[in-house]
Structures are given as structure tokens and as C-alpha cells.
Design a protein around this ligand. Structure first.
Ligand code: KG4
Ligand code: ZN
Length: 348
């Protein structure tokens, strides 16, 4: 069967066709119209501009997705759409489009949680993965740890208490004057820097959390303190009115990145140990980070735990992952009614 996936939760308009034959998923197309160039000027995503651009792009993106997969509308067996979380105006464009299409084609409509999509990107890429899987979902809006005990079940065991990891990257890039989105820029500059140059603090949870390892909440993350530490360091270094040298910027990027990656992987491997995971994985925009990918592989090999990462095209927001999560839910019998609404803070 062919599922058309539609994703418009933030600033990428995406449509994809994922086919299932004998239980195996293949990507027929995965088209993304990025709005980065529009939002760059403002240093971040402007919700009103995002929803307007989704409206302009959605028809063309869906048409190209079908053409690339070499099917026409009649070949679409079901439509999966991101219901939330995300920017409500952006989500509404995808949800309304998907509802209209499903109604006119008389095909089932399947609502998908955006983070379930990110997690399913791993199964779309790798097929069978040893379960339970401990998976870190790291994006611009989320930093959460899930245990997948069986396909389609997602148990949250940790989350960020303040900023998401991608948000921390974007904010640090902004205060260093590096442009938007910051994650890929910091990742590139960090390669030329010394990651031991500055010892930014490693975030810890409360005293009680540290001393009671099995306590609820100790797999949580916090990145706002690290962001403030970078800000303080930059202020000190530029107090005399001078600008940072390129080599200093590279050192800050490398040292910041080491602190983020260690915090993320420490908790991922803690969770894997505590919940008896047979494998570990990362997903979401920040899973495109080169150091996070490398260190995950190194630590996984050291512990004999298979480690899974999505292809770069499946890391950042895309509709193929939504179609995959839609296939999972289709088989579980999930269908949306015609009263389906976008939900900006949908829970998984
Ligand atoms: O999953 P995603 O495309 O959108 C959300 O659902 O938020 O993630 C976007 C985030 C941005 O914060 C971006 O800076 C970050 O992912 N990102 C990266 C890298 N590539 C994208 N962060 C660190 N290193 C990267 N290479
Ligand atoms: Zn995302």
C-alpha cells in the first residue's frame, strides 16, 4: 500500500510517499520545501510567515511527491498528517489539506504525532531494530527520551525542563553572531576548535536527583544554564570592546558542543542501562550533528549496544517519517474523523 505523508508543523512544507510491501517500507519520494531563507532574516521562525508560506507551497510539494514516486492520486491508499505538536497555524495548513484530500479521494486519514514520526524515521531507515530501543528525540522544539518496548509504543522516561537542545544551539549561534539556524553552523565551526578550551558546566538536576538514581526526573535535561554560561564567557572576553577571534569562536563552539553531546548521551546510555535496552538511537534535527552521531557509535560499540541514526534527509523535519508513523497507526486501526483538528501541544 502507498501512504501519502504530509508534514507542516514548523517551517518545512513536506510531502512523501512511503510504500509497504510484505511488511517492508520503502520511500518513493520525500520532498521538502524549506522556508529557512525566509526566516533567516528574522533570526528565527515567524509563525505567521510560516503558515502563509505553507499555503503557497503545499499543492506543488504534494504534486512533486506523487510525480517522483510515479503514482497519481488514485494510487494513494491512505493519507497521514502531522496533527501536532507545532505551530498551530502551520499545522492547520497540513491538517486541512490532508482532510480535504482524504475526503475527496475517499481514503482513510491518519493523524500522527510529530515525535512519533521522528522515532519511526529509525525504523523506516533500518527496518527491524532490536527492542527495547532507548531513543533520544532531539530537535529545535523537543529533547526527550523514549523507550520503545514494541513497535508503535513510545514510553517517555526523560525530557528537557527548559530549552530544547536545538534551541540551545540556535541561541548560542545567535549570541556569537553566526546566523540561523545555528545547529549546522556550530557543528561545522566546532570541528576547527579545541573542545577542552573552556569547561562549561555540565547540567545536573537537583541534589536529591543525583543521590537517588532511580528517582523520577533524573533522566531529564536542562540547557538554559549552559546557554547562560556561554553568554557570560562571551561578555567577559569582549568586555574591552574587542571582537572574538575566529579561533576563539571555534573553541567556544567545540566546548559548547562537547557539553551538549555529553549531557545527551550520558542520559541516553543511563536510560538504556536502567530499562534493559537492546539498542539505542537518536532522531530529530539535532541527530544530524556530526559529533553526536560519532560519539553515539563509539559509546555503543564500547558497550556492545547496537546504535541507530537516521539518514541526514530523515533527521530534520520531513514527511516520509510521518508516512511511516502513519503506516504503523493504520495497522493499529487508528483513523481520524472529519472533525480532526490541529493540536499545538499534542501529547505522545
Ligand atoms: O527536527 P527539526 O528539523 O525541527 C523541529 O522539530 O524542531 O530540528 C531543527 C533543529 C534546529 O534547532 C537546528 O539548529 C538543529 O535541529 N540542527 C542541528 C544540526 N542540524 C540541525 N543541531 C546541531 N547540529 C546539526 N548538525
Ligand atoms: Zn521535528
Amino acid at each position: 500500500m502507498n501512504v501519502l505523508g504530509i508534514e507542516t508543523s514548523c517551517d518545512e512544507t513536506s510531502a512523501a510517499v512511503v510504500s509497504e510491501h510484505d511488511g517492508v517500507w520503502t520511500i518513493g519520494s520525500n520532498i521538502v520545501a524549506s522556508q529557512v531563507a525566509i526566516h533567516r532574516e528574522w533570526g528565527g521562525v515567524v509563525p505567521e510567515l510560516a503558515s502563509r508560506q505553507h499555503i503557497r507551497d503545499i499543492c506543488g510539494v504534494v504534486r512533486v511527491a506523487l510525480e517522483t514516486a510515479k503514482i497519481d492520486l488514485g494510487g494513494v491508499d491512505a493519507i497521514a498528517v502531522t496533527q501536532g505538536p507545532g505551530l498551530v497555524g502551520s499545522l492547520l495548513v497540513g491538517v486541512s489539506f490532508a482532510k480535504s484530500l482524504a475526503l475527496s479521494l475517499e481514503r482513510p486519514l491518519i493523524p500522527v504525532h510529530h515525535l512519533a514520526g521522528h522515532i519511526e524515521s529509525l525504523f523506516l531507515q533500518h527496518g527491524a531494530i532490536p527492542l527495547p530501543l532507548a531513543v533520544l528525540v532531539v530537535s529545535g522544539g523537543h529533547t526527550s527520551l523514549y523507550i520503545v518496548d514494541e513497535p508503535g509504543s513510545y514510553r517517555r522516561v526523560g525530557r528537557t525542563r527548559d530549552d530544547a537542545a536545538g534551541e540551545a544551539y540556535d541561541k548560542v549561534a545567535k549570541l556569537l553572531g553566526l546566523g540561523y539556524p545555528g545547529g549546522p553552523i556550530v557543528d561545522t565551526l566546532a570541528r576547527a576548535g579545541n573542545d577542552e578550551a573552556i569547561h562549561f558546566p555540565k547540567t545536573r538536576m537537583t541534589h536529591a536527583d543525583r543521590n537517588a538514581p532511580a528517582m523520577k526526573g533524573d533522566l531529564d535535561f536542562s540547557f538554559s544554564g549552559l546557554k547562560t554560561a556561554v553568554l557570560r564567557h562571551v561578555r567577559e572576553r569582549t568586555a574591552d570592546g574587542g571582537a572574538l577571534k575566529d579561533s576563539e569562536i571555534a573553541d567556544i563552539c567545540a566546548s559548547f558542543q562537547r557539553a551538549v553531546v555529553e549531557a545527551l548521551l550520558d542520559r541516553l546510555f543511563d536510560a538504556a542501562d536502567r530499562f534493559g535496552a537492546a539498542s539505542v538511537g537518536i532522531a530529530g534535527g539535532v541527530s544530524a550533528n556530526s559529533r553526536l552521531r560519532d560519539d553515539l557509535g563509539t559509546r555503543g560499540r564500547r558497550l556492545g549496544l547496537p546504535a541507530f541514526v537516521p539518514a541526514l534527509s530523515l533527521s530534520t523535519d520531513n514527511a516520509a517519517m510521518i508516512a511511516a508513523a502513519g503506516l504503523r497507526r493504520f495497522h493499529a486501526g487508528v483513523r481520524a474523523g472529519w472533525d480532526l483538528n490541529a493540536d499545538a501541544s499534542l501529547e505522545l
